[in-house]
Design a protein around this ligand. Structure first.
Ligand code: I6G
Length: 674
């Protein structure tokens, strides 16, 4: 190495560190220490050096926020921990109920909450390994998202490299990608000036930008990111949600400056009121306030219900409303035969989008609203929820222009009898798979991403296949030929071949997906997964009694009955058999001998570093023996596995008198010693 190169290398390092520090002061501390011109000067110097000495250019250099080569599609990423959703409350009494549930669980009236404004963007997971940004993914369906690393790397306020001490070896941060209001307005002005269509709102603009295949386009979009949680991590983190957010900030990660830790119900309400007042002056759009239990051990104790944590809730701001006219009412038939009245509205702009349909839910709702065709109504839209008719403006009713809504006596699609079971609000078509609407919905559900995931079989194609009488149930999909498919309008031979191939590929699935694909009422992905895990074999589920089904996690009386009666109907059994005969198969789920689960019912916490095995491997090995592995020490912890440099967790475990195992102890427990 020559002297000159050494100097250049030192300079690259010096300039990079300076820019990283300036970025941190500007984006994280919100306290810039140098004028923009000085930042630009150093940036230019670094860029020049990197051009002259390409061997000194690192992928994490502050100059590398410009995007790279365009992709042809996004790869799928499986989240190591599912990205859950949040429960919502819409009034202060429901927030009180949430807080009371927390207080009941903690037995502490003075329970602390970590609270923050809820940004109106889209959730993303970003993984740092040894302090470097290595992967970013969208939330997707919570289990699998899209790999948007190249785009996320261009987000100005997000570091490519973390700073500070005690950074976990692996750190997944979760948060919201959003667009500042100012950046959104400028972007739209530019699009309009260029004769292009502007975005409807900052959220859509952020989503559209994050999903650009060309990261150079994304780099020119004013995206920003705020962290709100930690996903997987390998290292020590604080035992408080608020302190974790502070830790993220200390490592250079951007977090909202509005995050607070408060104690007591009154303070929680005050925060909501003050954020509501501030809302219009904030630089970004928000749609509510998120409340989280601050104590991580209490979070772990409270756990999850279905796909949302019990220890957090979002108190959403009141929905936005607008006035319009009901031009007609149509009746849609869903997958399970439910007939839903839908108000066709004179298009109106509300909550950031143009709305022309609103659900009227069912007959009772029509009566409750007292709504007529031709009425002037108030339409409400809250977040992403389907627009609703909030009320009729009766004072503006014109008797000459209104008419009664007549609920159909037979199915509007197949003319079968409709029935309404006592105690249920829903009216259903009794046609089953004879009803074209139900048939189409059932096949669409069967082919959908979380079910058999049949690539190339979209909703329009299913409509065509049913309209052309080519299929009547999902099992018939598998005997379609390339020739038959290419006879359909707008279907070339290449697409037909591709579809036949993806039908073939989709036959290899899992028992959970297969169960979900059958579209049994109330059986979502989680329930299907629990059933598969519990029974392991399809015949065992088909033959299970209602009582037995009720013993499965997530399955109550109603779901058990839906399952039981589904498998007692000949036409359903026939479809299931035909699907299996068509070659749908899944791997055998291994029987686990309970006597091998020697750590069942025991909770472990792992801290510090280890020589012989990584923390993740120790965790997996303990879990394989039935143990639960938690992230923080509490009175429910049975054993702390402490490697070298164990910190606060070791102190807390000692204080609580919890069993402590060192590296050799845990290796012996796992049978890994010679
Ligand atoms: O703090 C949060 C803000 C927004 C969240 C969150 C969120 O969803 C849009 N979602 C989860 C699951 C959690 N915190 C834990």
């Amino acid at each position: 190495m020559t002297d000159k190169q050494l100097t250049a290398e030192q300079q690259v390092q010096q300039f990079s560190e300076l820019l990283e520090e300036y970025n941190y002061q500007y984006y994280v501390l919100d306290a810039p220490s140098v004028p923009d011109a000085e930042y630009d000067r150093i940036f230019k110097l670094l860029k020049q050096l990197e051009t002259e000495h390409p061997e000194l250019l690192s992928a994490n250099s502050p100059t590398q926020k410009v995007g790279g080569a365009a992709l042809s599609k996004f790869e799928q990423v499986t989240h190591q921990l599912p990205m859950l959703s949040l429960d919502n409350v819409f009034d202060s009494a429901s927030l009180d109920d949430f807080m009371q549930r927390v207080i009941d669980k903690s037995s502490l009236a003075e329970t602390a909450f970590c609270i923050e404004p809820k940004l109106d963007g889209l959730a993303a997971s970003i993984i740092y390994e040894n302090g470097l940004l290595v992967q970013a993914a969208t939330r997707g369906d919570g289990l699998t998202g899209e790999n948007v690393t190249e785009n996320v790397k261009t987000i100005a306020n997000l570091p490519l490299k973390l700073r500070g001490d005690n950074i976990p070896a692996v750190l997944e941060v979760r948060g919201e990608v959003f667009m500042l209001k100012e950046g959104f307005n400028k972007l739209n002005a530019g699009l309009v000036a260029a004769g292009e269509k502007p975005f409807v709102n900052p959220r859509n603009a952020a989503a559209g930008s994050l999903r650009q295949l060309d990261s150079k386009v994304a780099a020119n979009r004013p995206l920003a990111f705020y962290c709100y949680a930690v996903g997987v991590f390998d290292g020590d983190l604080a035992d408080s949600q608020y302190q974790r957010i502070e830790q993220l900030k200390s490592w250079g990660l951007p977090v909202s400056s509005e995050v607070k830790r408060v104690v007591g119900e009154a303070a929680c309400h005050e925060f909501y009121d003050s954020i509501s007042e501030k809302r219009s002056s904030l630089a970004y759009e928000i749609d509510g306030v998120v409340y989280k239990v601050d104590d991580i051990s209490l979070q772990e104790e409270m756990g999850f219900v279905s796909r949302a944590p019990r220890w957090a809730t979002a108190y959403k701001f009141p929905a936005e409303e607008a006035v319009t006219t009901v031009e007609n009412v149509e009746f849609q038939v869903g997958r399970t035969g439910a007939i839903t009245p839908v108000a066709k509205l004179k298009p109106v702009f509300v909550g950031g989008v143009t709305v022309s349909n609103a659900t009227l839910h069912n007959k009772d709702e029509i009566e409750r609203l007292g709504i007529l065709i031709g009425d002037v109504v108030v339409v409400r839209r809250a977040g992403d929820v389907i627009p609703q008719v909030a009320r009729v403006v009766v004072e503006q009713r014109d008797a000459n222009k209104t008419s009664e809504i007549v609920f159909p006596e037979t199915c509007p699609v197949c003319d079968s009898k409709v029935e309404r079971i006592e105690g249920e609000a829903v009216t259903r078509c009794t046609g089953g798979l004879y009803c074209e609407a139900q048939r189409k919905q059932a096949i669409k559900h069967f082919a959908s991403r979380k079910a058999l995931d049949i690539d190339g079989l979209g909703d329009k194609l299913v409509d065509l296949l049913v309209d052309h009488n080519m299929i009547k149930d999902p099992s018939q999909l598998f005997s379609l030929t390339t020739q038959q498919l290419s006879s359909l309008p707008r279907m070339g031979e290449t697409s037909a071949k591709k579809l036949v191939n993806s039908l073939q590929v989709s036959k290899k699935t899992t028992l959970a997906r297969f169960l979900y694909s059958l579209g049994i009422r109330e059986v979502g992905e989680t329930t299907a997964a629990n059933l598969a895990k519990h029974y392991k074999k399809l015949p065992a589920i088909q033959e299970a009694s209602i009582e037995s089904l009720k013993s499965v996690s997530d399955v109550g009386e109603i779901v058990a009955k839906h399952l039981y009666y589904f498998f007692r109907q000949d036409h359903n059994l026939e479809v299931v058999n035909q699907l299996c005969d068509a070659g749908i198969h899944w791997p055998v789920i291994e029987e686990v001998d309970d006597s091998e689960l020697v750590l069942l019912g025991k909770t472990f916490v792992i801290t510090g570093s280890f020589d012989a095995m990584s923390r993740n491997d120790i965790k997996a090995a303990l879990q394989a023996l039935g143990a639960k592995v938690s992230g923080s020490v509490s009175k429910n912890t049975n054993t702390l596995v402490a490697g070298s440099a164990a910190g606060s967790k070791l102190a807390k475990a000692t204080e609580l008198g919890i069993e402590i195992l060192d590296e050799s102890g845990v290796l012996a427990l796992l049978g890994k010693t010679e």
